[in-house]
Design a protein around this ligand. Structure first.
Ligand code: GLY
Length: 347
């Protein structure tokens, strides 16, 4: 039986919200009966049509290709057509795509309505449901349109992890490892000792530990202004470029895993990352069954061009969140594109 972790309170400039670990049935009980729910067909197939009779539900196609301005427009018009008033709650039931998109819709509808996150994937539980970042992609880049709109609550039904396809579960582990790499060497050692599967006894504790780590960062730099929150972007500059260039077909967790391997190499090349760290990062990711090699189909020059639109970039050029060593990370500005390209070519 899963041991339920304690609730975690996350503070932000306008208040706070709780991350509650609960069952799916408890989460369903906790959301107001007149809520509007956005989910995807996978969730509906798995959990049945039952909740369609309780809430007003919009069901979207799964996958990153859904996270667009056009889907957001569809969802906004759905809320209006269904007569959603400003005092109602919008619920995101699903993974990162549903959470980001629904949060964005909640941030924009009538200049902002309340929303609740019910994250059902590893990535959504350990990363995207916490911290208030919401948004959609543009064809030119991932998450280029968005807002900070904290949820009212995050209701985390851990048992949904058991319903994920093995590849979907595994890709989420890259965000778990990332938190260890950027913040906590001891957590990396814990992960090494406890290979994670949906039925691992350690899993609830590991997910809760990730939420604690993320909470510490987002409470310190809620609006991503000081460089502290940027550490959560380790692997994401390259990762987001790969997702964009793949037409958002590549899974986020897999793109971030390859991104972490490449960014660790870039860090070593420019003398920011302690020598030998990249080998360690690659070893951990490989052992977790995550990809570290850049697919031949990607062209180094196109990746360099894509990262110019990364949200950490400035008019002075590319910035990367780079490890100093395992457990420490910092934002580094003015990284020469030639070094990025050289690291990409040394595959
Ligand atoms: N996922 C990165 C952040 O929340 O800042």
């Amino acid at each position: 039986m899963m041991v339920k972790p304690e609730d975690i309170e996350v503070r932000h400039s306008a208040g706070s919200y709780r991350v509650r670990f609960c069952t799916f049935a408890e989460a369903a009980e906790l959301i107001p009966k007149d809520s509007f729910v956005i989910t995807d067909v996978n969730l509906l197939e798995h959990w049945g049509e039952g909740f369609k009779t309780t809430w007003t539900v919009l069901t979207l196609s799964p996958g990153e290709q859904t996270k667009t301005l056009s889907t957001a427009s569809e969802a906004l018009q759905w809320l209006a057509a269904e007569g959603c008033t400003r005092d109602r709650t919008l619920v995101a039931l699903g993974g990162g795509v549903i959470g980001d998109l629904t949060g964005f819709v909640a941030s924009a509808y009538m200049r902002g309505i309340q929303f609740i996150q019910i994250p059902t994937t590893v990535i959504a539980m350990v990363d995207s449901s916490v911290g208030g970042k919401v948004g959609v992609d543009l064809p030119q880049g991932k998450n280029l349109v968005g807002a900070f709109h904290p949820p009212e609550a995050v209701l985390t039904p851990l048992e949904t992890l058991g319903t994920l396809a093995p590849a979907r579960f595994r890709e989420g582990l890259s965000e778990v490892w990332k938190l260890g790499f950027v913040m906590n060497r001891q957590f990396v050692s814990e992960l090494e000792r406890a290979p994670l599967a949906p039925d691992s006894e350690e899993l609830p504790g590991i997910i809760a530990k990730c939420v604690e780590l993320k909470k510490a960062v987002v409470e310190e730099d809620e609006l991503d202004l000081t460089g502290r929150r940027a550490i959560l972007n380790f692997g994401h500059t390259i990762g987001h470029a790969l997702e964009t260039l793949s037409g958002f077909e590549m899974l986020h967790g897999e793109a971030v895993s390859v991104g972490m391997a490449i960014e660790a190499r870039i860090g070593e090349r420019i003398g920011v990352t302690e020598s030998g760290t990249a080998e360690q990062v690659l070893g951990y990711l490989r052992a977790a069954g995550l990809p570290v090699d850049l697919d031949e189909a990607f062209d180094a020059r196109s990746i360099v061009e894509a990262i110019r639109l990364d949200k950490k970039a400035t008019r002075d050029g590319v910035s990367l969140s780079l490890l100093s060593r395992i457990g420490e990370c910092k934002l580094v500005s003015g990284v020469p594109e030639s070094e990025v390209e050289a690291a990409l070519r040394s595959r």
